[in-house]
Design a protein around this ligand. Structure first.
Ligand code: 13P
Length: 248
């Protein structure tokens, strides 16, 4: 039985003070029916880690190199020094605006896993790819490329997030049937490369306009093991409603 994992992705939102105040408000409300956490901007991470007891605190990105001449980057070791144990990798906004490619995603995944930082690897097709019927091809390619070079044991411990780009921040969420069928495709791709036991252990999230009103629908699908949540993770009220929805 896979334990659901719910992560808020704050993107370019929240100062350090705002992050700490949010975490302090949410922390007493979490329960053990799911793992809960947030991906916070780099500057807010250290104090967020200190404020969190049960919440997972993830970075939103990490450098593809261990160190060196990469101005503006933050390394795995720097994150680990302040107690960060998880990171998003390959979010579609990184792919779209910051030149993230399947190759850099793979480098980041390998480096993170090697050093004990757990990745949440994001995959998903654009609207044009969805309309062209290329969803399956895109998510298979992105999944295989991101995980290339890992062992099955490594893959079983990380998380893959399926986020159709056309459903992010648009309010136009994928139906639970579309989300389920694409998450099943991702699981099948993992099975092809790493075997059935690994595929069955891997947790796969859906992301894209998830809200308190629809989260349970997604989680009732057999291959959806959680959610990566943007907009609805920014307010204490809506994140609380998500936490409460999963209590029963
Ligand atoms: P929204 O929930 O705002 O659609 O964002 C999804 C997302 O990108 C989470 O990583």
């Amino acid at each position: 039985m896979r334990k659901p994992i719910i992560i808020g992705n704050w993107k370019l939102n929240k100062t350090i003070a705002e992050a700490v105040s949010f975490i302090t408000a949410i922390e007493p409300l979490v329960h053990n029916k799911a793992d809960f956490g947030v991906a916070a901007p780099y500057l807010a991470l250290e104090k967020s880690v200190k404020a969190a007891k049960h919440l997972i605190i993830a970075s939103e990105n990490v450098a593809f190199a261990e160190s060196g001449a990469y101005t503006g980057e933050v390394s795995v070791a720097m994150l680990q020094e302040i107690g960060v144990k998880w990171t998003l990798i390959g979010h579609s906004e990184r792919r779209q605006y910051f030149g993230e490619s399947d190759e850099t995603v793979n480098k980041k995944v390998l480096l993170s896993v090697k050093n004990g930082l757990t990745p949440i690897v994001c995959v998903g097709e654009t609207l044009a790819q969805f309309e062209a019927g290329d969803t399956e091809k895109i998510v298979r390619t992105q999944t295989a490329a991101a995980l290339n070079g890992l062992s099955g044991e490594d893959v079983a411990k990380l998380v893959v997030a399926y986020e159709p780009v056309w459903a992010i921040g648009t309010g136009k969420n994928a139906t639970k049937e579309i989300a389920q069928s694409t998450c099943a495709i991702i699981r099948h791709e993992v099975e092809i490369h790493f075997g059935k036991a690994t595929a069955e252990a891997l947790r796969i999230q859906y992301g894209g306009s998830v809200k308190p009103e629809n989260i349970k629908e997604y989680l009732s699908e057999k291959d959806i093991d959680g959610a990566l949540i943007g907009g609805a993770s920014l307010k204490v009220d809506s994140f609380t409603a998500i936490i409460d929805a999963l209590k029963a």
